[in-house]
Write a protein that binds this ligand. Structure first.
Ligand code: MG
Length: 216
């Protein structure tokens, strides 16, 4: 065994405790092979998504931003038999890759993809009278506040809302960064923390994860 010459990061230590997840490794390979951005949720937060869906007993889960299906699988793993995942994805080719991965993981019949601008899909879902128990927001950062407002509007009492990339690789905490997406993320984090309709916390490990419960 080689001696550690520098301390292992807490995140690497945590990851070292878990066996490699073969299914999720295949998803990561598929994402690379399809030339898609390698920005799936961190493994530790993927496990947290599964736990949160399970613990909350959520039956209807809405994901905003499917990418290659990594987080979709993590969410679907937490669902009970009758649970359902609706996943919004801008790009048809990304949704196709995600669908393929969810099917390979055995969740093909639990997931429904809706392709196009997420705000348009949310309009349609609202017109359909859809309600959700769990949200995972992981899409274009410039719309995070809009997505949060919509999520609250379509939420069943006690619904859980999770937002990824709350720190945007440190840009959110750097006052010199004033780009629109970073300013929106700061507003999103602020709203998660202070909106009277929510109770929440922000986990600062990896790239930051915001978790809220809609008061019911
Ligand atoms: Mg993300």
């Amino acid at each position: 065994m080689t001696e550690q010459t520098s301390p292992m990061s807490a995140e690497r230590y945590a990851e070292s405790l878990y066996a490699q997840d073969e299914m999720l490794s295949r998803v990561e390979e598929g994402i690379r092979a399809n030339g898609m951005p390698e920005i799936s949720i961190a493994a530790g937060y993927g496990r947290l998504l599964t736990l949160l869906v399970k613990l909350s007993g959520a039956k209807r889960v809405l994901e905003i931003g499917a990418l290659g299906g990594y987080s979709g699988i993590c969410l679907a793993r937490g669902l009970e038999e009758q649970g359902k995942l609706v996943s919004l994805e801008l790009k048809p080719d990304f949704a196709e890759v995600a669908r393929r991965h969810l099917t390979e993981a055995g969740f093909g019949d639990r997931v429904e993809y809706r392709i196009g601008e997420a705000l348009d899909s949310l309009d349609v879902l609202e017109q359909e009278g859809a309600r959700f128990d769990f949200y995972f927001i992981d899409a274009d950062k410039g719309n995070y506040v809009n997505y949060l407002e919509r999520a609250i509007r379509l939420a069943n009492p006690g619904a859980i809302i999770v937002g990824d990339n709350a720190l945007m690789h440190g840009r959110v905490v750097d006052p010199a960064v004033t780009s629109n997406s970073v300013q929106v993320m700061r507003r999103f984090n602020q709203m998660m923390a202070t909106d009277p309709r929510l109770e929440s916390t922000l986990l600062p490990a990896y790239d930051g994860l915001c978790i809220a419960r809609v008061k019911g």
